[in-house]
Ligand binder design. Structure first.
Ligand code: MN
Length: 734
């Protein structure tokens, strides 16, 4: 920021933002350029100044023939932006980039050309600013301002990009009078919602105030003018009171041996307006609070001065705030207190050291302004707590360019911001995928998502999202979350919802299976499950200490309870409740159609297909496994037979089942192709093929193919035997 004007007593030396009157006189380019050059030479080396000048020449040529809405040559705008950055003492790279900041967007000069002429760092800065411009120009009516701010900060990995963008916005706001009113309001609203808060977040206080004042003037021109007049009028009436208080303050401090600078503070129109609206105060109620600032040499003196002022005027209880001990998020430090002045008027005082004052005025830029003063550096380490966590000072060297390279703003390193097709911004943890996005929009969208478009292109669901991506989710009619999603989702919401769904689904399937198993066993005992009344069930539940019928059925389905034991107990309870004993009948079978889900599955070891003789095995906690009757992996011991369940295939199953076959052939060129063609001919798909590693005269090929049933498999194997090279075919089990 520009250094504050020399100290002078009273209101003349306030921090009010000088808003120039709204009229336009053509710019004096030559004069501006000369002043700019002078400013640069105060803090940059001559070769750096020369490089900046060549950037000006390049930019001027590129923008030649372009004009601003005001009629000024276009180059006057980048020059003004660079001039502001020179006030903040930014380095040569940032200044060159500021002079070139619109050439990529407005004159279509490629990034590479800038890199060739001015280096990669400058090109990256220009590119960063252009990217923000591009996002800005899309319409995001529903975009929440807070997320938009965060996104801009996260996108600009180098803080200089944001500083250039802020200076750019400042100049556009200062010259906003030349654009149509509709556009004025839109830009003013955006500045108030997005850029002013960013300036505040970075501790650029005067910039923050000026952006607010300018936005207010263009957003609410009438209210602005009324307030402006009222403040001018009031100022005259207040003069006497202000002089009296400031005199008292100025005298009391040296009496206590404190050297201090005292200044009155003028309220900004926007903050008056906001206070009136938010606290429902009248204009005079807001304005009749007098503000003063006391600047002293160090921290201990701040507290001494506070003591003196509290002795002079009574403090208002509960109004004291110690922002020295606990700085504000943007690094701001001061003591704030409200005193009861003469005539009972409230007096707000801010007490701060000179260093704190500099930080309050220039925020993030103070890193460059004061980088050589180690004492101040030490202070900043303490005060800029948040900045410290954001900016990595890996090797703060004397060279400002290198220092800057190391000062990366990573304000929100753990988040990415993406857009819905409607322009709504969704914040997600970094590394999030389209599935995370789907769940964050709505649980139902997450459960039903099957595919996605990222920036209008079909992408896999597991694609990692980047800042600014536009994401569109394609959904199916029915929910079908995939357990593999759990291996790549990042957000806890998605994870929890997927787990929840799978668990509920398994529960439902287990209950259904348990019901079938129990029904079958009861049938064998001459009892129908549906005929068991609630009295029987209640007696049963009491007896075994279970909570509900559903729980018991799920337990049976999951193999946690033995269906035979439950069935016999229920029969006994039925008799106890007055039912008549029945004759035992032979057990029926469970009919399966291969589409059962997690509670019932086909064993991977023997891969049964319709037509195979099968048996069901209840495995504890895993539900029912279907094996081929003579599979090696099922225990034949009698105690294990207790877990066997009779199962049969449903007639006319239409889905495909996987089965393994091993084919031994003569090792000849082209034999694999022949076999593959034959399998396809047989109406089957090959899922997988592997070939034994050291082929001799014969070689063995292992296929996984899809068939509808045993008849289908037999047909395919018959076809394969006709191939002359094929020696032997067997169905595999492992
Ligand atoms: Mn611009």
């Amino acid at each position: 920021m520009s250094p504050p004007p020399p100290a002078a007593p009273g209101l003349a030396n306030d921090t009010a933002v000088p808003i120039p009157p709204e009229m336009h006189s053509p710019v004096d380019l030559a004069g501006d350029l000369e002043r700019f050059r002078d400013k640069l030479s105060t803090y940059l080396k001559s070769d750096e100044v020369a490089r900046i000048e060549s950037a000006y020449v390049f930019g001027n040529t590129a923008h030649l023939g372009q004009f601003r809405s005001s009629g000024d040559p276009y180059i006057s705008h980048p020059l003004a932006v660079a001039d502001t950055l020179a006030d903040w003492h930014l380095d040569a790279q940032a200044l060159a980039a500021a002079l070139l900041h619109d050439v990529m967007e407005d004159t279509s000069i490629p990034k590479q050309e800038i890199a060739n002429k001015f280096g990669k760092a400058v090109a990256e800065l220009v590119d960063g600013v252009s990217k923000i411009d591009r996002i800005e120009n899309q319409s995001f009516e529903e975009a929440q301002a807070e997320n938009f701010r965060k996104m801009l900060l996260a996108m600009a990995r180098d803080v200089r990009v944001i500083l250039i963008k802020l200076a750019d916005r400042l100049h556009n706001m200062r010259t906003l009078g030349a654009v149509p009113p509709q556009k004025q309001r839109r830009i003013a609203r955006e500045t108030l919602d997005i850029y002013a808060p960013i300036a505040n977040r970075l501790g650029l206080n005067p910039l923050y105030r000026e952006l607010q004042e300018l936005s207010f003037r263009h957003l609410r021109p009438l209210r602005y003018r009324v307030l402006e007049k009222a403040v001018k009028r009031a100022r005259g009436n207040r003069r006497q009171v202000v002089d009296k208080i400031s005199e008292a303050l100025r005298l009391s401090l040296p009496d206590a041996g404190i050297e201090a600078e005292v200044m009155g503070r003028e309220k900004h129109l926007y903050s008056i307006y906001r206070k009136m609206r938010q606290k429902h105060l009248s204009f005079s109620q807001v304005l009749d609070i007098y503000g003063f600032r006391v600047i002293v040499k160090d921290v201990p003196t701040c507290y001494l001065a506070l003591g003196v002022l509290h002795g002079l005027y009574k403090p208002v209880p509960g109004k004291f705030k110690d922002y020295i001990a606990i700085p504000k998020a943007n690094g701001y430090q001061s003591l704030h207190s409200t005193l009861i002045g003469p005539y009972g008027t409230p007096v707000e005082v801010q007490i701060r050291s000179r260093e704190m004052h500099h930080i309050a005025e220039s925020g993030v830029a103070s890193h460059w302004l004061y980088k050589d003063e180690s004492a101040l550096d030490e202070l900043q380490k303490k005060t800029h707590k948040w900045l410290k966590s954001l900016i990595e000072l890996q090797s703060a060297s004397d060279d400002s360019a290198e220092f800057l390279e190391n000062v990366k703003v990573d304000l929100f390193p753990d988040e990415v911001y993406v857009f819905t097709p409607q322009g709504k911004i969704i914040p997600l943890p970094r590394g999030s995928t389209a599935v995370d996005f789907a769940y964050s929009v709505h649980t139902d969208i997450g459960n039903r998502c099957v595919a996605c478009r990222i920036n209008f292109e079909m992408m896999p669901l597991r694609s990692e999202l980047k800042n600014g991506d536009r994401v569109e989710i394609i959904t199916a009619d029915l929910p079908n979350p995939n357990p593999t999603w759990l291996s790549y989702v990042k957000s806890s919401k998605a994870r929890a919802q997927i787990r929840h769904f799978l668990k509920t689904q398994q529960m439902d399937e287990s209950v259904a299976l348990g019901e079938r198993l129990l029904g079958q066993t009861l049938h064998g005992l001459g009892v129908q499950l549906r005929d068991l009344g609630s009295a029987v069930w209640e007696r049963f539940l009491r007896g075994v200490g279970a909570k509900s019928k559903i729980e018991v059925l799920a337990d049976i389905g999951l193999g946690k309870r033995h269906t035979g034991i439950v069935a016999r107990r229920l029969v006994a309870d039925r008799i106890a409740e007055g039912g008549t004993p029945t004759e035992h009948k032979p057990q029926g079978s469970i009919v399966i159609n291969g589409e059962e889900g997690v509670a019932l599955h086909l064993a991977k070891c023997c891969r049964p297909i319709p037509g195979d003789p099968i048996v069901g095995i209840i495995r504890k906690g895993q539900g029912l496994q279907i094996h081929i009757y003579n599979c090696r992996n099922i225990g034949k011991a009698s105690h294990e037979r207790d877990n066997w369940v009779e199962v049969v295939w449903a007639p006319g199953i239409e889905r495909l089942f996987e089965v393994g076959i091993r084919i031994v052939t003569e090792n000849r060129r082209g034999v694999l192709a022949k076999i593959a063609a034959e399998i396809a001919e047989g109406g089957s798909d090959i899922q997988n093929v592997s070939i034994d590693s050291d082929p001799g005269v014969y070689t063995a090929l292992n296929f996984t193919i899809q068939v509808t049933d045993r008849v289908h498999l037999a047909r395919i194997m018959r076809g394969l035997r006709h191939i002359s090279e094929v020696v032997r075919i067997i169905r595999t089990r492992d």
